[in-house]
Design a binder for this molecule. Structure first.
Ligand SMILES: [Zn+2]
Length: 321
């Protein structure tokens, strides 16, 4: 009799423990914004399609869903400079409401995660509209200065860029404290609710802002760097991912040092559209980190990545500009 009771009690304890454990798993899953099925689905494998610098080219955006479905992508990553770079930048909000909203809905309906951020050519005054548009869809994530978990993978985004000669300074920063500015094409401009406003002394103003080095330190750090993917619009220096048409290499030293120090699984970059053409490189290895910068010239250019096998390929679709 005694023995039977003890056995029952052990069985109860085991049952209770199991109950709590299942509950704990559920809480975990809810916290990362996923249901249990998705967590299991992504335990080992995840397929990513990475594009960047589409600059509002509708024919490229229109090809994206088909390319994603063909590759059976679980996640799209759109690395920034998403809006049209036309004469009137102040009309970029129309592209968000008239095109992107509907574009996002299609990926949401297909249950494909779409992690994205705006870039240096996308006005900051439209950040809140962009955020609200993403927030309409559970599968759409504005990754700028954020971390998002899918299964066992952690994605972190950053869209500040190192200063350049161009006038729009919305997302520009000095790379490090000892950064030397390039010669400028004119007075700096910042977007405001009243339009683009001139900054009298951009260099002095920039010195009051955090550097790229500071911004990287402020980002939420993944729990497991080996399973993390950084999406940083600006490329690192020294790896051949940052070469301009004039042959100048303009990448970020701070980003290079950050990746070298923390060694994520993967880092995804854009910004210098022509770099692969001029350096002959669209990816590089920095310790254990694979850094990818696909470029974006007249063909629709994208990269597919299988995170389990770490096979990655660059694709081109010819179209029209
Ligand atoms: Zn850019």
């Amino acid at each position: 009799m005694h023995g039977l009771m003890r056995r029952l009690r052990v069985a109860e304890i085991v049952a209770l423990a199991l109950l709590y454990w299942t509950h704990f798993l559920c809480v975990l899953a809810v916290n990362s914004g996923l249901d249990i099925d998705n967590k299991e689905q992504f335990e080992s494998n995840m397929r990513i399609l990475f594009i960047t610098d589409l600059h509002g080219y509708i024919w490229k955006y229109d090809r994206l869903l088909e390319a994603a479905q063909e590759f059976e992508a679980d996640v799209i990553i759109n690395g920034g400079d998403m809006l049209p770079k036309t004469e009137n930048l102040l009309a970029q909000d129309q592209f968000i409401t008239d095109y992107l909203d509907n574009h996002f809905e299609k990926f949401n309906d297909a249950r494909i995660y779409y992690l994205c951020c705006l870039g240096n050519d996308d006005l900051r005054i439209f950040d809140s509209l962009f955020e609200e548009t993403c927030n309409k869809y559970p599968y759409l994530i504005n990754l700028a200065q954020r971390k998002f978990e899918i299964g066992e993978y952690e994605f972190v985004g950053m869209n500040w860029v190192v200063d350049y000669p161009f006038r729009l300074k919305d997302r520009c920063r000095m790379d490090t404290q000892d950064y030397k500015f390039q010669e400028q094409f004119g007075t700096g401009l910042l977007s405001t609710q009243h339009g683009l406003e001139e900054i009298e002394d951009w260099f002095a103003y920039a010195k009051t802002l955090p550097t790229i080095e500071d911004e990287l330190e402020k980002l939420v750090r993944p729990m497991n760097l080996e399973q993390s993917i950084y999406v940083i619009h600006m490329p690192p220096y020294k790896l051949g991912l940052d070469k301009c048409a004039k042959g100048v290499e303009v990448g970020s030293k701070a980003i290079y040092t950050f990746l070298q120090t923390y060694q994520p699984k993967l880092s995804l970059h854009g910004h210098i559209h022509e770099s692969p053409e001029f350096s002959g490189k669209w990816y590089a290895q920095l310790g254990n980190t694979i850094c990818i910068q696909p470029g974006q010239l007249s063909p629709f250019t994208y990269v597919t990545i299988d995170l389990q096998t770490m096979q990655f390929d660059r694709h081109f679709i010819e179209g029209y500009d």
